[in-house]
Write a protein that binds this ligand. Structure first.
Ligand code: GLU
Length: 518
């Protein structure tokens, strides 16, 4: 039996070192961001190191720009690697597997010399033929294993001279792991508990390919070992590979890291993994930032460009699959570090909930200071090329933040402050605008014009003075006044709005309204 127990206590006595090891095959899915986040939180919680390594051994799946995207997305989230790509080189580099290429062969040789691996010459066609034969005989799951390898073209079946001759002649070959027969491989996963597989049900996986590159399995284990990784925290889709990895550690005679396989992110409205298609169908992004593949033109939208604050995005992600064991839901990054505990990560998949993400964003938005809100609004206005008086942005943004979830809402809710109304709310117009309205607006404009200081207090006093003088209730004048100045039926205090707009603009809007509404 091969055991890979959860050496938590042992490993914790040495410095915790974890890694996020994405393959640059496209934009990073939010599930990947969550994996990076949990690694980061775990490292920081235990005073350890978080590494970023790029696993680009599969040249056929390499996508230009994907690595840059990963680095930028993590930086936006505030998840900064201590070491590796985007972090320091602490003598364990290079941190891109393609640049480590020459090193892997040596490890494959080491396993060959120890009889833990063998060379195989079977071509893709020959392997397909074997699979087909097995299928025809009723066995759908053909494996290259301790039984079948005896009938294949490899260094276990061919005489040594023939193997050497083939290699000398440049015939392509791969290196496969030589799994022993009928051994129980048991590994203790921090999240899932004990996982057990018999080697009879495992494949002699390829470790080293004919193109001179290692496979993911070999490169991953060699690098985790050389980089001193103590805990491997990764997505559930890698759990089936974990027994093979345990066998590789065993074959090299290296100590296993502690494994933790994270639950999947599930669709919000049904079974299965959350995919890009779900996002497109339901109208939300499944990537952290916008993506564009320059070669294919393929694009995908991201949380950043949607208007999410990184803090809100991270807060939402952290709670998908982990809970602090308390009622607390709102955490900043440091708060997450303090509260994070791998043993509180759930085994079952986490249903994605975009509405909850919006709720977090709203909280984060409302928590901004007036200066920060003003800056958010300024960015939106600049983007749209709208002009504004900088002095009022803080007041406007604060006023609008009550109704906003995203920075863009600060403008949407208050667009009437930056654009003279061209349409007037139909309902208010029918109910509140009467023949008496135009003369009333004239009077108000007249009074406003005489105000030396156009402050909200002065405007309020003037407006109320007018009501008192004419013995009019607020309901008789207020709604039509709002309609004339903003085009709307509802909104924040009209006195603040008028002060923000300034006298000239208010007077101009009133006279325009009189013309349009009659
Ligand atoms: N390169 C693998 C991936 O793309 C890494 C899996 C692991 O963390 O071991 O997810």
């Amino acid at each position: 039996m091969y055991l890979c127990a959860n050496y938590n206590d042992i490993n914790m006595s040495s410095k915790v070192r974890v890694r996020f090891a994405p393959s640059p095959t496209g934009p990073l899915h939010i599930g990947g961001v969550r994996t990076a986040l949990y690694n980061y939180l775990f490292a920081k919680k235990h005073g350890g190191d978080f590494l970023l390594r790029i696993e680009d051994t599969d040249q056929t799946r390499f996508v230009q720009g994907a690595e840059k995207y990963i680095v930028e997305a993590l930086a936006w989230c505030g998840i900064s690697p201590d070491e590796g790509i985007g972090g320091e080189d602490r003598g364990n580099g290079p941190y891109r597997q393609s640049e480590r290429k020459p090193m892997y062969r040596e490890y494959a040789e080491q396993l060959l010399a120890a009889d833990k691996a063998y060379i195989a010459f079977d071509t893709a066609e020959e392997l397909d033929a074997m699979r087909q034969m097995a299928k025809d005989a009723g066995a759908s799951n053909w494996q290259y294993n301790y039984i079948t390898r005896g009938n294949m073209k490899n260094s276990l079946t061919l005489p040594k001279e023939e193997v050497d001759a083939k290699i000398a002649a440049g015939e392509p070959y791969v290196v496969r792991i030589k799994l022993p027969r009928d051994h129980e491989v048991r590994l203790e996963d921090t999240i899932r508990g004990w996982v057990s597989v018999n080697t009879n049900n495992m494949d002699d996986k390829v470790l080293f390919k004919a193109d001179g590159m290692p496979t993911y399995h070999l490169a991953n284990i060699v690098d985790d070992h050389l980089m001193g990784i103590t805990h491997v925290i990764r997505g559930e889709e890698w759990l089936p590979s974990a027994p093979l990895h345990v066998m590789l550690y065993e074959a090299f005679g290296w100590e296993c890291p502690t494994f933790a396989h994270l639950p999947l992110l599930l669709k919000p409205d049904g079974p299965g993994k959350l995919s890009k298609r779900d996002g497109d169908r339901l109208g939300f992004p499944v990537f952290p930032i916008d993506w564009k593949n320059d070669e294919t033109g393929e694009t995908a939208s991201g949380y950043r460009e949607f208007g999410f604050f990184p803090g809100a995005f991270i807060n939402m992600l952290a709670l998908l699959g982990w809970n602090p064991g308390t009622e607390q839901e709102v955490f900043d990054l440091q708060g997450l570090v303090d509260a994070f505990d791998l043993s509180k990560v759930s085994k079952s998949g986490a249903k994605f909930d975009f509405e909850k993400g919006k709720w977090f964003n709203q909280l984060y938005l409302r928590d901004l200071s007036e200066v920060e809100l003003a800056q958010e609004l300024k960015n939106v206005l600049d983007n749209e090329g709208l002009s504004y008086n900088e002095a009022h942005l803080g007041t406007i943004a604060t006023m609008m933040s009550e109704r906003a979830t995203f920075p863009k809402d600060l403008l949407e809710e208050g667009r009437f402050l930056f654009e003279t109304p061209s349409v007037y709310d139909e309902k208010t117009r029918n109910k509140k605008w009467s023949d008496a309205s135009a003369p009333m607006m004239q009077d108000i404009a007249h009074r406003f014009n005489a105000l030396p200081d156009f402050t909200s207090e002065a405007i309020e006093a003037s407006f109320k003075g007018y009501l008192a003088e004419k013995e009019l209730g607020f309901g008789k004048v207020g709604p039509s006044f709002r309609l004339a100045v903003t085009g709307r039926g509802m909104g924040p205090s009209m006195f603040t709005i008028c002060a923000v707009l300034g006298k000239d603009e208010v007077l101009a809007r009133i006279s325009k309204a009189i013309k349009v509404l009659g």
